[in-house]
Ligand binder design. Sequence first.
Ligand code: SPD
Length: 283
Amino acid sequence: MTTTDGWINEDHDGMRYGLAGRVLLEETSPFQRITLIDSDRYGKGLLLDGCWMTAERQERHYHESLVHPALCSAERLERVLVVGGGDGGTARECLRHGEVQHLDMVEIDGRVVELCREHLPSIGGSAWSDPRLQLTVGDGIAWVAAAADASYDVVLVDGSDPAGPAEGLFNRTFFEHCRRILRPGGVFATQSESPEAFRQVHLDTVRLLRQVFGHADPLYGWVPMYPSGWWSWTFAAVDGPRYRQPRPERAAAVAAGCEIWSPRWQHGGFEAVPAAIERDLED
Ligand code: SPD
């Protein structure tokens, strides 16, 4: 991260993604450097290790895209696991689904949760006081490895880039455990980086999930403040690509409160695979 003349920037691979604003607070936790900022355009926001994570007036692009394709399509929604997601946005969107009875959120960095609750309270919103939310500050990788077979209906991975504490969220062992702990009819989704700015990580992630689950599909959308602005989330399921068909009654219950996600947007996103990426993924 650099700060220049009233701008806060994520510098990535010869490019610079910045917001005009000011740094509110910076500290180093046992896991990473945490920066809270206030920006002119998107309000308050969070960077971890100098990379953009979220901001008040932009977070919906990311959270709606990760959550609703999975929660609108899993067979049941009783038990949901969120790995990471310390700002609370993923949990908030999950808990809009009334069928969710219990949500485990396992976030490695308790300081991220504390600071987001204090400075970015609208992102977690009512999730923080929802009795269905069970927050554990701990290692999501160990949690998934220790979880019982077939113990969740949905597993969502809301981590940061594959360096530092999130590195282990992109490997075969972790994905195999995620598959093992899903019930029949269960759905898995993870943020899978930018097909432009992190092309190789993106391709490797989709390919690995296809090996582990037998199929997987990237969904393309955008998070304007992330490198390149073009982002992806990848979905897989125990029994075939059920995430391509949102259940109409669930979709209807959440669509009105969404800014980005809709069943139509979801259909389009799954279809909008650029030719070169499709070819690369078939190799
Ligand atoms: N390069 C940024 C990847 C960040 C993914 N997680 C964002 C956290 C939002 N809850």
